[in-house]
Design a protein. Sequence first.
Length: 174
Amino acid sequence: AAVRPVDDCMEIRSVNTLRWDGVSWSAASTDGIGLLMVARAFGYSSDSVLGITGGGGTARSTALAWCEAGGKIKQIGGKRVLDEDGPWEFCENIADLKINFDNGEGDISIKYGKMEGTYEERIEELSKNPDGRWLLCAQHLYSWAKVWTPEYAEKLPSLSLLLNRLVAVEVNLS
């Protein structure tokens, strides 16, 4: 009773954002909506088939967000797999987009590795190859909009602006 979910995080057993307001905890699962935001930013339609390798919390969050946006899931395998009776819709069609939660690879990489180069070179690379930076930015935008300060959701920056600022900070710190 002390935890107030702001989405279906408890149903899918995937909580990665918490906020204590002095009385209770708010909880959310930001991975799926973050991946959905990044996929859309790169032109993938959310009503397509998403191929998922893995079945952990991030995979469950992603499968739910993808299906709620009108898409379907093709389970490709993995160390763990998604529960058959989860709130997602499986299909056997060819995947339009693939995400591998076991090794971090796929059309969108979940890895956040070190980058080299100038600001412009890094932005050019990230505009063609989305990595964990994109997901980090998208997840934080969702967290701020739904958990931490929903009253200021309209004032949050765009996904691309936040990513650009993150890369600028990385360049200045290196």
